[in-house]
Design a protein around this ligand. Structure first.
Ligand SMILES: C[S@@+](CC[C@H](N)C(=O)[O-])C[C@H]1O[C@@H](n2cnc3c(N)ncnc32)[C@H](O)[C@@H]1O
Length: 251
């Protein structure tokens, strides 16, 4: 199966190393049983998985990638459920819904994650992004911060299902605007709040201020970025494809 998938995955927008990581992820999902789903959050998983396996046994690389993306997006979920208070807080800062950041940040993160890295996903949804990062690049800890307690509950189950050890992931059910964000080496975010609101703007200002004073290298992967305008010159942009923007500070 490995060779078959390797031969099929040949998209040119990935480097060879990124393709290898994509193949590893695909093989993981070939092997995994269906996810735990006591509340019916993944109603189409079996259908998407079957399509993915059929494509893996076929000849069409593009169809395989599309089938894999559908499976990933279904597992990521695009709608979170919020308790009334969670929704109120979220709306106050212009919180963004649970859209998926996609596979490219996961595949591109390898050079920036060391075994002693502490990573975070600010507005993690069910934490799939951070869990896949831990799967591909086991590292000290991933801090998953998410306002929807339901999504965190689902994420904890996904963690066990993916076999990521407990001590590798810290789940924080809460508002990103209220967390202390010290000691992070790798920061991933997909616009958890909007800078057009007072609370959202204060979040980006505080984060940028904290990062300006940080020691050691910090790398930021930001989807649909709105942090750049707040970051100090200490940070340089080293990648930007219009979807994912990456920043790093000096060592
Ligand atoms: C666009 S999604 C990104 C999900 C995931 N990080 C990814 O990139 O695939 C934004 C997430 O931020 C969460 N969120 C929104 N406002 C938040 C807040 N104030 N504090 C924490 N999380 C929040 C949403 O519930 C949602 O899961």
């Amino acid at each position: 199966m490995k060779e078959r998938i390797e031969n099929l995955v040949s998209r040119e927008d990935y480097s060879e190393a990124e393709r290898d990581r994509l193949v590893r992820l695909m093989l993981l999902f070939v092997e995994l049983s269906d996810p735990p789903d006591p509340d019916g959050d993944f109603p189409k998983y079996a259908e998407y998985k079957e399509r993915f396996l059929n494509c893996a046994a076929g000849e069409d690389g593009e169809a395989l990638e599309e089938a894999f993306l559908n499976l990933y997006a279904h597992l990521h979920m695009h709608e979170a459920r919020y308790a009334d208070e969670e929704r109120r807080r979220m709306d106050e800062a212009g919180g963004y819904w649970a859209h998926a950041g996609g596979l490219s940040p996961i595949l591109k993160a390898a050079p920036w994650i060391r075994p002693d890295t502490v990573s975070t996903d600010l507005g993690a949804g069910n934490g799939l992004q951070g869990l896949l990062l831990q799967y591909l690049y086991p590292h000290e800890k991933t801090v998953q911060i998410e306002i929807s307690s339901r999504m965190v509950e689902i994420g904890r189950r996904l963690q066990a299902w993916l076999g990521i050890p407990n001590e590798r992931v810290e789940w924080v059910t809460g508002d990103v605007c209220e967390q202390s964000l010290d000691g992070l080496d790798f920061i991933y975010l997909y616009r958890p709040v909007r800078p057009s609101t007072d609370r959202g703007r204060a979040f980006y200002e505080n984060l940028a201020g904290l990062l300006d004073g940080s020691h050691g290298q910090v790398v930021i992967f930001s989807i649909a970025d709105c942090l750049k305008e707040f970051l100090s010159p200490k940070f340089e942009t080293f990648y930007d494809d219009g979807h994912l923007t990456c920043f790093k500070s000096g060592l």
